[in-house]
Design a protein around this ligand. Sequence first.
Ligand code: DUC
Ligand code: ZN
Ligand code: ZN
Length: 494
Amino acid sequence: PIYDLLIINGIVVTDKEIGEFDVAVKGEQILAVEPRGSFSTREAVKVIDAQGGYVMPGGVDAHVHLQEPPMFGKGSTADNYETGSRSAIAGGTTTIITFAPQRKHEPSLLTILAATHAKAANNCFTDYSFHLLVSNPTPTALAEFATLRREGISSLKIYMTYEALQLHDAQILDVLLEARKNGITTMVHAENGHVIEWMTRKLEEEEKFAPKWHGTSHPPMAEFEATYRAICLSEFIDTPILIVHVSSPVAVEHIRAAQKKGLPIFAETCPQYVFLTAADLDKPGFEGAKCVCAPPPREGVADHEGIWEGLKDGTFTVFSSDHCPFKYEDREMGKMSSITPEYPEGRFRYIPNGIAGIETRLPLAMSAERLELRRLVQVTSTDAAKLYGLYPRKGALLPGSDADVTVWYPPTGKDGSLAEFELKNEMLHHNVDYTPFEGKKLKQWPRWTILRGQVVWDREKGGLLGEKGYGKFIKRDRSCLTGSRGLGEWKIPE
Ligand code: DUC
Ligand code: ZN
Ligand code: ZN
């Protein structure tokens, strides 16, 4: 046989094109994509008949927290590399980029990279890479950036909030300068930690402890001030940054204005900022804790519209999950409890920030029908691959690209389409006892997920077919969106 796998009768959607094409796979790679009927099925070992369903490059989720120690409130993250990547596959995501987290007392980033490799190796259902999470940019840590690049790590994340992680502005400048020298993209969690801490104190003085006050303690101002400050610091060093998990339309305005000036400012948003609102934090009892993340879900429709607008017009480069789950029961009565006899509604200050979303990211985006499909592929796959140095190996269906493919059911109303259904946590493959998106109405789910030529998810026949350990580490190049602006060494402005 000429082909190991043919995907026929689908509507292929890439970042550039949509149409009736068939996909031929040889070994682990795409061999060709040609008009429907071009390939002989008799020459194929395996044939998938997509029956008019959409065929897309596998999802790339570039913002995933797995197996991390307590840093965002009490408690370690609930998913490890096995359960988190398993959940990804079932939701159509074939590549994840997780964090290799430095704690402040740990001087060497290379040691942390090695430890993170050990957690992931032989445990993943998806391909994977890491962003270094830098919480203490000592001279030792900064001197290791060059080696990180050689090891295939071309991005890192820094925080402007959380006691365990927050950098002050001089430290941010140190990181940006060293990142510039090494062709590394810096991701910034832009919230002003001092404002959040001050607001938390004010709320507690008024005995406001319930989960809903988490939202009040993280005002949009804390986000857009930090966003603007990060943009200023990036412009000063003249090096690219990506503002992660943007939730507030005012922050979007700052980013859009910076991009209009030609600055290399990139931005990410997440499902929680278009599908959840402050009302979700105000559910009875401790239920609101299920939607505690930072930044928090904002007020309502106007905020969501501002984020959708940024997704449509290109202000956002990527739509990632920020999958960072904690167990609800742990929160409620386990060792990480924030509920005590004194605080029967819990104390929002101790609720770990973060929610599950790696498996629901693509189904929610597909079911919402708010993005033109090529744009959807850009923000969930292709542009994430470009931004983080994985393109065209990932995020593309070009000859020679890894054969990572997500095949959806036929669109609603066509033969073989899915009837609308309500999302339930029991459908998911993560190691979490809830989903913040419980009850959301969905019209789509991946029918097949294919990773490097292997069918790893078949929703109709057995569900998860992939094997733990098939997923492998992918060395990354420098970003193809954030190349040097050609200004050479940074110099003190005269
Ligand atoms: N925000 C979250 O919600 N979780 C993890 C870290 C973060 O910044
Ligand atoms: Zn963050
Ligand atoms: Zn995060």
